[in-house]
Design a protein around this ligand. Structure first.
Ligand code: SF4
Ligand code: SF4
Length: 429
């Protein structure tokens, strides 16, 4: 597969021939020798004699392992807990002129639309990585970025018009070869809404089993395009742009006349209570938002960005960032000591980047003698937090690997440095 050859994710990989080709008819001719039959069989299965083994092996792409399916997030209140600010209805002057990527880039900067999701790079950064290459695939990523996140489903329900306007604007500006909606296939309501829309638009729906952290752009790149990358610019450089629902919604608002992104939807999850959606002001102290929503903050831990990979924050100090999607509140847990690794392998099985967290942790203590392979493996960690979540011995796997990664990437020599013009992409096999 060449570097620019992104497979068509809308076409299911059947792993075999696509129909009854004419050589199959000759196969049944009487009197043919074994070699002739083998030749016909190989032609029918598109296996070339000069590379029989590799052609056959390529039919079985490396197993897309890892991840855990938590099910669609619970979201019953079909309304905003705090209503969005009204959007001026007058169309913004100049939005109609967004018909190429330069004008789109100018619009993104004009409305201060940067990173609106914790893991997805800002659309402007992706456009810079894309350069003048064609957009082969534009993905509206409606998969849950965190197990408890229902933002995509909520925006589909409450702000579908803005999502559609955002998609139309992206279509006008980017002229992507394909537009794909990636959605959790068990979120049947969202799938149905987008399926109905797809029939009247140039859209394809890709229902996937939304195993966390499939929404991470590097994991999505691997699943859709069957290519590995550790560099966040690699998917864009290969022609894949990933747009999270909040960016698409904000673009739709820009098309409707909203000047700047001043508010964003935030989902607040409190243990034992029904999750709510609120339109929060960017820069607003978390404590103000939680007080307005009537949630207690005393004796509660506040985790910004999701329970698995978010950060513990102090609501009195922390503010809503443009990429704050989920706030989780829970009573402060009693600290529980870690035990020894029991070698269950759950962390290895779940790791979406095929690392061996147990082995890396075991070697982390003797850092000086740590195998180089483990050191550089750690760079591929995407901080999803699954290994720590699953570990029955409560070992601090993700934090340790994250520390190794940060210490490595802080060293200029340790940074992966692709040769000019090449991609940090490895083929899946
Ligand atoms: S935090 Fe890193 S090592 Fe742990 S499961 Fe996620 S990607 Fe793998
Ligand atoms: S999940 Fe925990 S106990 Fe199991 S192999 Fe990994 S580090 Fe060891």
């Amino acid at each position: 597969m060449s570097a620019n050859n992104v497979p068509n994710p809308a076409v299911p990989d059947t792993g075999g021939s696509s129909g009854l080709g004419y050589p199959a008819l000759f196969y049944f001719l009487p009197g043919l020798g074994l070699q002739a039959r083998l030749f016909i069989w190989c032609s029918y299965n598109r296996i070339r004699f000069d590379g029989v083994v590799m052609s056959a092996v390529r039919r079985f792409p490396r197993r897309m392992s890892g991840g855990v399916y938590f099910g669609p997030a619970d979201w019953r209140a079909k309304k905003w807990a705090i209503a969005p600010t009204p959007i001026p209805q007058a169309a913004a002057a100049g939005v109609a002129a967004i018909n190429n990527r330069d004008t789109l880039l100018a619009l993104l900067r004009g409305v201060a639309l940067g990173k609106t999701d914790r893991v997805t790079p800002a659309l402007a950064d992706q456009l810079v990585s894309l350069g003048q290459s064609p957009v082969r695939l534009l993905v509206l990523n409606l998969l849950p970025s965190q197990p408890e996140s229902a933002l995509a489903a909520a925006l589909t329900d409450l702000a579908l018009a803005h999502l559609r306007a955002g998609l139309t604007l992206l279509d006008m500006a980017l002229r992507a070869n394909q537009q794909l909606i990636a959605v959790d296939r068990h979120d049947q309501r969202t799938v149905k809404i987008w399926r109905d829309l797809a029939s009247s638009h140039n859209l394809q729906i890709k229902p996937l089993l939304g195993k966390y952290p499939l929404a991470h752009p590097l994991v999505l790149f691997r699943v859709l395009c069957r290519r590995w990358a550790v560099n966040y610019a690699a998917p864009a450089a290969a022609g894949l742009l990933v747009v999270d629902p909040v960016t698409c919604w904000a673009l739709g608002r820009a098309a409707a006349g909203e000047a700047r992104l001043t508010h964003r939807p935030v989902q607040v999850v409190v243990q034992g209570l029904e999750p709510v959606l609120a339109m929060a002001r960017i820069g607003e102290p978390l404590r103000d938002l939680l007080t307005r929503l009537g949630f207690p903050t005393a004796d509660m831990e506040c985790i910004a960005g999701g329970m698995l990979s978010g950060q513990l924050v102090n609501p009195a100090d922390a503010v809503i960032e443009p990429y704050t999607d989920v706030l989780a509140l829970r009573p402060s847990p009693r600290p529980e000591p870690s035990a020894d690794c029991i070698g269950c392998g759950w962390c290895v099985q779940a790791c979406p980047t095929a690392l061996n967290p147990a082995a890396i942790l075991a070697d982390a203590g003797m850092r000086a003698a740590m195998p180089l392979a483990h050191l550089y493996e750690a760079v591929g960690c995407i901080d999803c937090g699954l290994c720590t979540y699953l570990c029955p011995s409560r070992l601090p796997l993700a934090a340790t690997i994250g520390n190794i990664k940060r210490s490595l990437t802080a060293l200029p020599a340790a940074k992966p440095s692709p040769a000019p013009g090449s991609l940090s992409v490895q083929e899946s096999i």
